[in-house]
Design a protein around this ligand. Structure first.
Ligand SMILES: [Fe+2]
Length: 197
């Protein structure tokens, strides 16, 4: 540790500590022409969607790594694409919490405490089970996002309504379509009715 006397100004000052500047759950004033109560409600709702979206993104990565079977490559690539899209969405949600004057949830233990999505096992599961878990997680997010979007619209927070409708709901609906079509039980070679013409 350099002393004041011999320290160069170019020496990094490490190990610094201080009290946090804003507690989680506290919403500071922002000149947005939106009331405190409305911004606080939007921050709480967005943090719930954020925790669930981070959990879903992590679940996509888990399944991307652990998937196996005849559809390995398709699902391996699809799960990674969806994880990437959820990562971009997560950033938009977190930054909206901040711009509304709130504090966005961020770290895994806090996400785990907050999320409504059931925890999957540490071990590997079959692809149809992975897909069922993903579809359940999407539906949890869609259900809450629809009611939160209505609440945001009613309170005059059009930006939050737009983010929830245009980004959260639209992306989750699209991903549900792509994932759900892998668990439709149609024949690969012989048509289901047994006819060849
Ligand atoms: Fe990868």
């Amino acid at each position: 540790m350099p002393t004041t006397k011999d320290a160069s100004r170019a020496t990094p000052i490490t190990g610094q500590k201080a009290h946090e500047i804003q507690q989680y759950g506290h919403v500071v004033q922002m000149p947005l022409a939106l009331g405190d109560k409305e911004r606080r409600t939007s921050c709480e709702n967005l943090n719930q969607v954020l925790a669930d979206s981070i959990t879903l993104r992590d679940m996509y990565k888990k399944h991307h790594w652990q998937v196996t079977g005849p559809t390995f490559l398709q699902l391996h690539e699809l799960f990674d694409k969806h994880a990437g899209e959820q990562t971009a969405l997560i950033d938009s949600i977190a930054e909206r919490v901040q711009l509304l004057g709130g504090v966005s949830i961020a770290m895994a233990p806090d996400v785990a405490e907050t999320t409504s999505i059931p925890r999957p096992p540490k071990g590997r599961e079959e692809a149809p089970v992975q897909i069922s878990r993903l579809l359940q997680a999407h539906e949890i997010i869609l259900l809450e996002a629809r009611s939160m979007a209505k609440q945001a619209a009613d309170s005059g927070d059009d930006g939050t309504n737009d983010l929830l409708v245009s980004d959260v709901i639209r992306l989750n609906e699209m991903q549900v379509w792509f994932v759900s079509q892998h668990v439709v039980d149609v024949p690969l070679v012989h048509a289901g009715n047994g006819h060849t013409t």
